[in-house]
Design a binder for this molecule. Sequence first.
Ligand SMILES: [Cu+2]
Length: 264
Amino acid sequence: MKAGSLTRLWPLAILPAVLLLSSCEAPGGISPIFPTPVSPNGQDIFDTYIGISIPAIIVFIGVELALLWVVIRYRRSRQPAGYVPPQIHGNFKLEVVWTAVPLVVVLAIALYSFNELQKDFQPISNYDFEVVVSGHQFGWNYTYPQAGGFTIHQEGTLAGDVTPFVVPVNTLIRLRMQGTDVIHSWWVPAISGKTDAVPGYDNFTWLKIDRVGAWRGECAELCGVGHSTMQIIVQSMTQSDFDAWVQQQAATQHAARSTSTSAS
Ligand SMILES: [Cu+2]
């Protein structure tokens, strides 16, 4: 291959970057780049992601640059006819080094991630209250312990926004994940890692959101034809706003219950 035809292929190299950036601008969905974390477990996952990705990108660029340098610098057209490069097969020192270095890198990544798993993917017991999150085809139900218990139905839809799962700020909430039909996975990238909602088995995760706002997520386990409709919105509000919201929900659901009992 002549140097001229190599140069013409350069635009291909930036194609992945262009695709990545253009998808960030798309409305709806989740950005491929992690959003700003708002819960300590989300922060730890974010740090792990950055802590592994940055060195990986540096290694990738280093390897590609070395490869390009060898390919261009030692191309056949610059060597005399019949040239044979130095043979390194069976070089003991070199083979030990290129086995040991990747092994150390992979072990470091494993230790780093297992440490994060131990820290943020264990059921907690010091929570302020627990919400039961139940996944079904296709939507999520959130059952609160407040005001005698009431349930928010976050029915899946692609048209517009789903009903938000509302929580108070700076409150440690344990989420008990359940599934009623198939396996779903609750995932809001700014808040926590993916947690499976499995029929007949309780899984746990938690959140403690440090600011008022709303964050998007979606079901991360292919669960049927309506999988893409299983969007999630988590909305956090101040404790007094949350208390008012609880009173309102409890009153609405109580009114709905008494209407249905008097009708039967
Ligand atoms: Cu699902």
